[in-house]
Design a binder for this molecule. Sequence first.
Ligand SMILES: Cc1cc2nc3c(=O)[nH]c(=O)nc-3n(C[C@H](O)[C@H](O)[C@H](O)COP(=O)(O)OP(=O)(O)OC[C@H]3O[C@@H](n4cnc5c(N)ncnc54)[C@H](O)[C@@H]3O)c2cc1C
Length: 463
Amino acid sequence: MSEQSPGKGSGQLAGGGRMLAGWGRTAPTVATTRRVADGAAEVAELVRRAGPRGLVARGLGRSYGDPAQNAGGEVLLPLPTRIEHEPDGRPGTVRVSAGTSLHDLMAELLPRGRFVPVTPGTRYVTVGGCVACDVHGKSHHVAGSFGRHVVSLELVLADGSVHEVGPDRDPELFWATVGGMGLTGVITSAVLRTIPVESSWMTVTTTRHPDLDSVMEEMRTGDRDVTYSVAWIDTLARGRSLGRSVLTRGEHARRDELDTSAAARPLVAPGGARLRVPPGVPGGLVRPLTVRGFNEAWFRRAPRHRTGELQPLAAFFHPLDGVADWNRLYGPRGFVQYQCVVPDRAADTVALVVDRVARQGHASFLSVLKRFGPGDEAPLSFPMPGWTLALDLPARAGLAPLLDELDRLVAAVGGRVYLAKDARLDPARLPQMYPRLADFRSVRRRVDPTGVFRSDLARRLGL
Ligand SMILES: Cc1cc2nc3c(=O)[nH]c(=O)nc-3n(C[C@H](O)[C@H](O)[C@H](O)COP(=O)(O)OP(=O)(O)OC[C@H]3O[C@@H](n4cnc5c(N)ncnc54)[C@H](O)[C@@H]3O)c2cc1C
């Protein structure tokens, strides 16, 4: 297992309970944790013996809100890392235990010239967590989300039975599990397709854009020709500069594109974090003033236009992983990541959201804009074709009414918020945002009629 543990931001309490929080640290609760040492048989036994408050699996706790918490109940911690290459002789595939982190999987794959099919903005996530949230990366417009690359899943159901499901084997249950936030069963392993790469380097093109219209036009016309694309937005800039941004696009570098030093080590696995934020760091370091200064410097530092820059893969995909526990910089009150998606025809709503945040001075360090391609068949999967915006916002007075207002804007145009990031959505909005919620609930009733699988998120939103 990677150096990052699933208990970050959490602590063991007298009496055996353990305080668990999501990455945003806004709503910790106490649960009994069970560490799984082996495979499906052990999980099945734990599921059969689950108490009245039920049970949920947890990966590395990188979801921002409460989906991997279960107040007063049980939480299963990751299965140990296990990776089998080309199971059943299927080229380019791996069978991995669900607790395997993408960090560990990359370490196995890169020296063989292979890479994970989809990676979110951190590699300290587990395969189980990636399936359960159907995560997306910077390549969604061409590669789709994680579920599209899953060949099959081994799943322990509420009655303790073990099933193999896939797009062609109980597809209803498979797609309800993809994006199903751990509520259909415990995934114990997955067979995934991987992609070939010639190096662990990226060739990167960076362009600076003076406003939102300019960056959106560039993404609308140019994204289809690139594999990875994401824009960082300065959400504090106002007026004519509203939405000024830095667009970064990348491709896996070919061998013949490497300079001499990169060519000497063409396929190396990313290292661990170089810095660590100490516990007890004073709260409130992330304030409008500090964020304004950071955003200004970040925008000015970016080149107006630069092509073909070689970057190590970790710097391109996971710049935040260089600092362990960076979420502590937000102090004990924590922070919320607001991530929404709106359909193509509602591009104006992105400007409205950015404008509302800029006007109210709610400083967001990290604000990213991406274009999604088609979604998949999973009823609770987040991506749909259109624009997705993610904002990291410190928890402070005035934030809740602002986010409720953003929800209204987003839902009105047929958009939705991402459950893996959510900590505060009004449950009444859920059916509007996720019109296939009834399909998900019907599968859940079929496989878990008594509600063995439960989480704080499930209770809060009535999933
Ligand atoms: C810095 C950062 C950047 C991020 N960038 C992105 C991004 O670009 N795109 C994106 O989509 N997400 C992104 N995320 C969110 C993150 O990728 C997801 O929340 C991911 O699912 C977390 O994985 P985890 O292993 O930590 O799962 P956890 O957060 O521990 O759990 C998430 C959900 O998965 C379920 N689960 C976990 N393991 C199992 C299992 N074995 N069986 C069944 N259910 C299980 C849990 O019950 C829970 O509902 C980011 C998060 C951070 C902190």
